[in-house]
Design a protein around this ligand. Structure first.
Ligand code: SF4
Length: 438
């Protein structure tokens, strides 16, 4: 047991961008309380594992990382936070070394819980019934070090209840961060020199539904006025958000990146219906067409799920043809895996693993072709790049992204970091355009 003051804390984060934001906010809480952040593999007094439960694999990986923390220091205090802890607090607390379970609320009090557990040598279960929570837990981030793109959490929870998804149960109902708080953080990011911000959350299309007189569009208009911020990138969106009014308005907001990640999941109406998604393939197509007509050269990226229960060969072929027809600039393909606690897990006709595998490979190959075709369109052209880091494989090259989220590298070094510069593109190397500064 540790009796001396706890001073070192190590973090491991699984899952989505929102979880990464939550981890940063918790790191700040520890720093404010005099802790030093160390690597996860080091011997630390405290280990915080911020977990994910989106798939059964997420649970398994979360447990693996908890066990690894215990191996790294069998005397350390382990705090397990996030979606898996929310769903299975007792299970989490039964893993050796775990002293604190915090779900998707009360992250702000993490230090207090850890110190209480250490002082009393007892376990603390701080997981609350998330379905009753109605307020956004504001955990602003004060210091942003060593990054060019600032991630900003604007919303928590989801009310959609897609039939395969556990997230509404793990994160609870939609809660939006107050616009004033979002704008304060945008201003802090601008003052810290950030040129790009990414708005993230569990279902950002629902932003404002629980507040009076605001929505994502209003928020974008306000953020757009903040000096210093040159790019605003949106996290994953539902197609139905992109009404004509939305598109007409963002069209007049040049800082909003021409890159929309519009969740599709399937291009077949029958599958979409079983998934409880709230749009048809033809509606989706109309929205993308309108977006591209009004805002030319927009990159549209998406997520596709293959092997959903009952997905026939014909249904999959419909999705394949739809993806090709839309011509996404990038797709993220994942195979359906039954998630305990969701309706789809008990549907008949679960697809065999080999079928999922074959379909996934086919779509990934298509995605690769579409990505190359999209990159080809940007060859021998001037593009604007926000530089971020050293090219990992190309000595003497520095890379960044265009507003369409195309990776671009030029000869250069760290002096380019954080600069938004014009580049002339000359060749494609794998998933990166290579060019020169102009
Ligand atoms: S929109 Fe659907 S897939 Fe996305 S978090 Fe909500 S329930 Fe899950």
């Amino acid at each position: 047991m540790i009796t001396a003051p706890l001073k070192k804390v190590a973090f491991y984060t699984l899952g989505c961008k929102t979880n990464q934001y939550d981890t940063e906010a918790m790191q700040e809480e520890f720093k404010r309380n005099g802790y030093q952040i160390v690597g996860f593999e080091e011997i630390s007094d405290v280990y915080v594992v911020n977990t994910c439960t989106v798939t059964n694999l997420g649970d398994r990986k979360s447990r693996q990382m908890i066990r690894r923390a215990h191996r790294n220091n069998p005397y350390g205090i382990i705090a397990v936070v996030g979606c898996y802890a929310q769903q299975a607090a007792e299970e989490v607390l039964s893993i050796p070394g775990v002293k604190v379970a915090v779900g998707t609320k009360n992250r702000k009090k993490i230090v207090e819980y850890v110190e209480m557990a250490a002082a009393t040598n007892s376990s603390i279960n701080a997981v609350e019934d998330i379905m009753k929570v109605r307020e956004f837990e504001d955990t602003p981030i004060e210091s942003f070090i060593g990054k060019t793109r600032g991630v900003l959490k604007i919303q928590e929870g989801c009310n959609q209840y897609c039939s395969y998804c556990i997230i509404p149960y793990a994160r609870g109902p939609v809660r939006s961060r107050k616009p004033e708080s979002v704008l304060e953080e945008v201003n802090r990011l601008a003052a810290a020199g950030f040129k790009e911000i990414v708005l993230t959350g569990i279902h950002i299309a629902s932003y404002g539904r629980d507040l009076k007189n605001t929505n994502l569009l209003d928020l974008l208009v306000k953020i757009h006025l903040v000096n210093g911020i040159e790019r605003v990138r949106l996290g994953s969106l539902e197609p139905t958000l992109l009404s004509d009014e939305f598109i007409q308005t963002v069209k007049k907001l040049p800082k909003v990146c021409r890159h929309y990640h519009i969740s599709l999941q399937s291009g077949c109406d029958a599958t979409l219906k079983r998934m409880h998604r709230r749009y048809s393939a033809s509606e989706y197509k109309k929205i993308v067409e309108n977006l591209r007509n009004q805002i030319p050269e927009t990159a549209v990226t998406t997520d596709i799920m293959v092997g959903f229960p009952g997905e026939t060969e014909e249904e999959f072929n419909e999705t394949y043809a739809f993806v090709k027809d839309i011509g996404f600039s990038k797709i993220h393909v994942f195979s359906y895996s039954p998630r305990k606690g969701t309706p789809a897990a008990s549907y008949d006709d679960q697809a065999p693993a080999d079928v999922k595998n074959t379909r996934s490979k086919k779509l990934i190959a298509l995605g690769h072709d579409l990505e190359q075709a999209f990159m080809n369109r940007w060859m021998n052209r001037q593009v604007k790049v926000l530089f971020e880091e050293v090219h990992p494989e190309k000595d003497g090259y520095y890379e960044g992204y265009t507003e369409q989220y195309i990776r671009v590298a030029v000869p250069g070094d760290a002096r380019l970091e954080g600069k938004l510069l014009n580049v002339y593109t000359e060749k494609i190397e794998k998933d990166c355009l290579v060019g020169r500064l102009i």
